[in-house]
Design a protein around this ligand. Structure first.
Ligand SMILES: [Zn+2]
Length: 248
């Protein structure tokens, strides 16, 4: 069990066991149960014990732009108007968040240097290697040591359900020639394993497999708990991936 499912105060949410152990980190992944547009910011702020106004989320564009927040002088509202799919900070009391309905939420933590990050990786972000770029920014900007970084790959569409066209499959195969088994052939159909691509991108940057948490929870297989864009033939519902550092 690499994740824990928590049902509390009529909310269902998820945490990685490996990140729960770290005292100064707050994190979660929401579900479709109990969460809605109106209560999400308030409930995350309450669970994290951080101000509601400290939640930051970018305008996600399925790219690989990453925004680093290293000063409170930055207006958080302004940051939330920026386009991008990754956020990193070393400042306490900021809630970094991304929205998901099948796309992969990727959590990044350097427990010693106290750096946290979150990224949104659909096929485009994954193809663009947002995971590798997030790790690169943690190293370049904050001096993270690769061996200290812990990564969590959260609930998202799995290779059980994520059928792709032959063309897209071939693009991944051609770009990531060193990555085995990222495509699964089944009944003359091709399925893409976004979890494995992100896992291998982290490994490629030097992260040890023991520091990459991959619970392999598929949103499309579990639509009683998660919104699934693919599974529902489109949806406005999103789960929120959030992470933040506490004081002290
Ligand atoms: Zn599935």
């Amino acid at each position: 069990m690499e994740t824990i499912e928590i049902a509390k105060d009529r909310l269902l949410y998820y945490q990685f066991e490996g990140l729960r152990e770290i005292d100064h980190i707050e994190h979660l992944f929401t579900s479709r149960i109990g969460w809605n547009d109106r209560n999400t910011t308030g409930q995350i702020a309450r669970l994290f014990n951080m101000p509601e106004t400290s939640r930051v989320g970018l305008k996600q564009v399925h790219g690989t732009n990453i925004v680093v927040i290293d000063s409170y002088g930055d207006d958080l509202g302004r940051i939330s108007n920026l386009e991008g799919d990754g956020l990193i900070t070393n400042l306490p009391n900021i809630i970094l968040s991304t929205g998901h309905a099948d796309c992969v939420p990727i959590y990044f933590v350097d427990p010693g240097k106290r750096i946290v990050g979150i990224a949104h990786g659909g096929w485009r972000g994954t193809y663009g290697n947002i995971t590798g770029k997030m790790i690169g920014r943690m190293v370049d900007h904050y001096g993270s040591d690769i061996e200290d970084i812990i990564i969590g790959i959260g609930p998202s569409i799995g290779p059980c359900c994520y059928e792709v066209g032959m063309d897209l499959g071939n693009e991944f195969k051609d770009k990531f020639t060193e990555f085995p088994d990222i495509l699964v052939d089944r009944d003359d159909r091709v399925f893409l394993d976004l979890w494995k691509v992100n896992y291998l991108q982290a490994k490629e940057k030097g992260i040890g497999g023991e520091n990459i948490i991959v619970p392999r929870i598929c949103t499309s297989c579990n639509m009683d708990k998660f919104h699934s864009y693919r599974g529902e033939n489109g949806t406005d519902g999103r789960m929120i991936a959030a992470i933040g550092l506490r004081d002290g």
